[in-house]
Design a protein around this ligand. Sequence first.
Ligand code: AMP
Ligand code: GLY
Length: 422
Amino acid sequence: MKILVVGGGGREHAIIKKLKENPTVEQIFALPGNGGIASDATCVEIGAKDIDGIVEFAVAQSIDYAVVAPDDPLVLGAVDALEAKGIPCFGPRANAAIIEGSKVFSKDLMKKYGIPTAAYEVFSDMDAALQYLETAPIPTVIKADGLALGKGVIIAQTRDEAREAVRSMMADKVFGCSGDHIVIEEFLTGPEVSVLSFTDGKTVVPMISSMDHKRAGDNDTGLNTGGMGTVAPNPYYTKAIADECMETIFLPTVRAMNAEGRTFKGCLYFGLMLTPNGPKVIEYNCRFGDPETQVVLPLLESDLLTVMQAVTNGTLADTEVRFTDAHACCVIMASQGYPTAYEKGFEITIPETVADNVYVAGAACKGGKLVTAGGRVLGVTAVAQTLDAAIREAYARVEKITFDNAFYRHDIGAKAMKAGEK
Ligand code: AMP
Ligand code: GLY
């Protein structure tokens, strides 16, 4: 089979390495891929948002199956366009990807169908939003409606910060038209859990739970990032909580999307907060999370391509999706300065002994050498029988990889270790 994977980050690298385990896979193309992915797939210089380019390439190459991994092409309708040419795909159509593409849509969906989430108000008028903030409980959370590279959420600790956030989104348009509508919502507390799930629109199969580490610095200090590391499973996510989430969140969401005529097929990501009043949805993503995928897929024992095809064909109920009961830890190595300004172009050295456990994100090939080309450069994963061993092994591997200006968090998994001891 000839497979096409749209995207070019650590998540896509993890997906590609897993897909390669299937013996029927002859060739994988990554659009655009990256310098590290090039060791595992044929990278083609077509951007993930270039829907026409992607479709043209897929048709010309007679692609048998396509996996659309990032949010942008999904929201832009890459799956619809590929399916129109008869190419089966993994990923939701645009009318279902809106569950991530519009926060107003997802909040209204949850309200309509009684799915637990933070209380909220929607505003398209800045004066009305500012008026509301005069009496809103503080801290409060301000969210731009549309995609904003994961940066469209501001947690305001004071009324002034809240006003500033509203003005920056609605008047200064820092997130462009994503800020035409905003959501102002209740500030929730509790441990966060990421649950990725496979769904064919009928059956939901949650993958192993995970814990992201969003802040740039140790002990959750510094700016929010795309994610600096993950562990799986998440010790806060007990069997009882998983059962409750299935009943109150996962199945109701899939049914709600069906009832709206927006059947979701693909990976539906539930960003949950385990509040004192029960689990609530913080966000939905219409795709695999990154770096969650870099710990979840290494724990998947079943064949990924078979599971993905079952999602596409609507036969997930008859397909085994098995995870090992081991633990995984992923440490992201980033460029000093990320998530703001950083330098690029430093040579990366990855010894042969750890290469299998590295998922490359921001790196390019220059003159036969791998060099840094992004903020998050690569993820280093380890799987072991205990969380402690997985963390130690991941860091031992990190020590073996070098590039100038590298930085990483030293405490990935520390919170999970503490929670596990309780
Ligand atoms: P998001 O970009 O939607 O993933 O949000 C980024 C982060 O903001 C989440 O991972 C949470 O830590 C935090 N967050 C979002 N919404 C809320 C909320 N209602 N209450 C507390 N924290 C929130
Ligand atoms: N790690 C969170 C995300 O992929 O959005």
